[in-house]
Design a protein around this ligand. Structure first.
Ligand code: 5GP
Length: 178
């Protein structure tokens, strides 16, 4: 186990690279089995999912495409408070099988909003593939089709995920030391 320091917080190894790779390959196998012949469009949600997306894509065997989007947060004037706007999706997704590739689903609010935004663009089907889920924090009903790993509620970094912009470069996933 190793301990790293990022700004004011210390983190320890939580999920080693070998285990991440094994679970990502398993998820890819499931997607290969379910979606062969559908020419899916993978929509990777930046920044956090860039490593997961890259490793997942390497295992896919069907003809497929990938696009990268960002969710720009701004304080909305509506009563719901935070609004996340989808940026960067140039593709026409009408009638297509779409797979959202996300780093982590926490409350699920981000994912729910993204699914609704994409659904309005008329895809045939929307699947969700996420590296991580914190099941105890889920606040909304979500049909998550592919999950690499379920984790407890603690804050994690590494393998694409950051703390204040740092820590995305680590190969392992680390959990915060209280
Ligand atoms: P949700 O809308 O599901 O509550 O939030 C999902 C987003 O919160 C993720 O895409 C990610 O950016 C961020 N997030 C949630 N939990 C963690 C965590 O433990 N570590 C990091 N680095 N980001 C997290």
């Amino acid at each position: 186990m190793s301990v790293i320091q990022i700004k004011d917080k210390r983190f320890k190894t939580f999920i080693p690279e070998e285990q991440i790779m094994k679970e990502v390959a398993r998820v890819a196998d499931e997607i290969n089995r379910d979606l062969s012949g559908t020419n899916p469009l993978f929509i990777s949600v930046l920044n956090g999912s860039f490593m997961f997306t890259a490793d997942l894509m390497k295992h896919l065997t069907m003809p497929c495409e990938v696009s990268f989007v960002k969710l720009a947060s701004y304080e909305g004037t509506s009563s719901t408070g935070k609004v996340k706007e989808l940026v960067g999706l140039g593709d026409d997704i009408t009638g297509r099988t779409v797979v959202i590739v996300e780093d982590i689903v926490d409350t699920g609010l981000t994912m729910k909003q993204l699914v609704e935004t994409l659904r309005a663009r008329g895809p045939k089907d929307i699947k969700i593939a996420t590296l991580l889920v914190k099941p105890d924090k889920l606040k909304v009903e979500l049909d998550i089709n592919y999950v690499a790993m379920n984790i407890p509620n603690d804050f994690i970094v590494g393998y694409g995920l950051d703390y204040d912009g740092l820590g995305r470069n680590y190969r392992d996933i680390y959990t915060v030391i209280e």
